[in-house]
Design a protein around this ligand. Structure first.
Ligand code: COS
Length: 381
């Protein structure tokens, strides 16, 4: 198909729905939940009601079976309102994706159908306190005993951790084999020995429930493994190759919010007898934000298009995630500068944008790791 920058009428409707949801349900409560570091349960319930949650669950498992472009459209809108609240929905798609990547049709139905019948979340448990970027060095251990996997270890920084219906847990069966000795296992909430501790005092994205997950002799049926022994790391990598794109989308939303708030302020705030938007120093900032926003959105849409068209997308996902989150960080930073002292306090939304977007440069692989992925792609034969 030739290049086409227009959205279908269904995609436009989805965009309008997500925009309305953001205006009505997200923005009015965003500052309060951020301040109180509280988890907004109603966001999932309302998103579920109108079909904005877990949208990638395939039709055969009872879901909408929507694509990456649809996820990106939703991500930009909700990210515009509150990145922390978007992360609740985004991290659920992150927990669902390994089951799509490595699970059988039966597993997809078993684990995912319940999420289409009532509000519910998934979670993805890869990182550990001692292993973030070097994901293959995980220390969480899985041992096959008869018909059950027995899991021991601790996972860290898990969005939706402990409140999700299940966690896809990555563990090692043999440390010496590193990545080749890993498994991906679905562990349901409530499994005996599975507990969690909520992480407090995050800099931003404080509406997301983030936890440490603890596994003490947790037993799950051996049928809960995705793929085979040794597939865990590759399932995680293939998952992240897709799910980094929604991180880019949320970042685009943040960059757009930073620009719109800055334009609004530049038109009304006066200095030296005229609106500050009349000064070239401010104009340059706005133009730079605009360039970043538009190019980040293009990179994000392209990566999503590649996924939906079943083409290789690892480097493009890394590019979109890295570039869009860097652009959004700069935009949020400049938005504070445009707002001056008012930008530094919570009265205006821009200081929250900066605190929230910092995480987009870190989670789902730091931006340093994204550059490693791009460079490896460039250098390989
Ligand atoms: N898709 C499919 N397979 C992949 C892959 C990908 N994107 N990336 C790596 N693999 C495969 C490799 O081909 C290799 O397989 P073979 O041994 O069969 O050839 C295997 O996985 C190991 O790959 P590699 O040697 O490249 O692994 P490294 O330990 O060097 O790690 C990085 C590679 C750094 C890219 C990886 O550890 C990473 O992405 N880290 C960041 C983790 C992350 O994003 N954490 C956030 C968690 S969610 S908040």
């Amino acid at each position: 198909m030739s290049i086409n920058f227009s959205l279908s009428s269904e995609q436009q409707q989805l965009q309008a729905l997500a925009k309305e949801f953001t205006q009505k349900e997200v923005i009015p409560i965003a500052a309060d939940y951020d301040r109180r570091e509280a988890y907004p349960e109603q966001i999932l319930e309302k998103a579920f009601e109108i079909g904005l949650s877990n949208i990638i669950i395939p039709e055969q498992a009872g879901g909408l079976g929507l694509g990456m472009l649809e996820e990106v459209i939703i991500g930009e809108e909700i990210g515009y309102g509150c990145m922390g609240m978007y992360t609740i929905l985004m991290a659920s798609e992150l927990g669902i994706t390994p089951i799509l990547v490595g699970g059988t049709a039966e597993q997809q139905k078993r684990f995912l159908e319940p999420l289409t019948q009532r509000p519910g979340l998934a979670s993805f448990a890869l990182s550990e306190a001692g292993n973030g970027s070097d994901a293959g060095a995980m220390r969480t251990k899985a041992v096959l005993e008869g018909d059950e996997w027995v899991i021991n270890g601790t996972k860290m920084w898990i969005s939706n951790g402990g409140i999700a219906e299940f966690a896809v847990v990555f563990a090692s069966v043999d440390y010496a084999l590193k990545a080749k000795g890993t498994v991906a296992i679905v562990v349901p909430k409530g499994a005996a020995g599975f507990s969690h501790n909520k992480i407090h005092h995050k800099m931003g994205q404080r509406a997301t429930y983030t936890a440490e997950l603890v596994f003490e002799d947790v037993r799950v049926p051996k049928e809960n493994i995705l793929g085979c022994i040794g597939d865990g790391f590759k399932i995680a990598m293939k998952t992240l190759d897709k799910t980094r794109i929604p991180v880019a989308a949320g970042s685009v939303g943040i960059a757009r919010r930073a620009l719109e708030e800055s334009v609004k302020y530049a038109k009304t705030r006066e200095a030296f007898g005229k609106p500050i938007g009349d000064f070239q120093m401010i104009q340059h900032k706005l133009a730079n934000m605009y360039m970043g926003l538009e190019t980040a959105r293009l990179a994000t849409y392209k990566a999503a298009w590649l996924v939906d068209n079943h083409q290789p997308h690892s480097m493009e996902a890394a590019l979109a995630k890295c570039y869009a989150s860097d652009v959004a960080f700069d935009a949020a930073n400049e938005a504070i500068q445009v707002h001056g002292g008012f930008g530094y306090v919570g009265e205006y939304p821009v200081e929250k944008l900066l605190r929230d977007v910092k995480l987009n440069q870190i989670y789902e692989g730091t931006n340093e790791i994204q550059r490693v992925i791009m460079a490896r792609g460039l250098l390989k034969d």
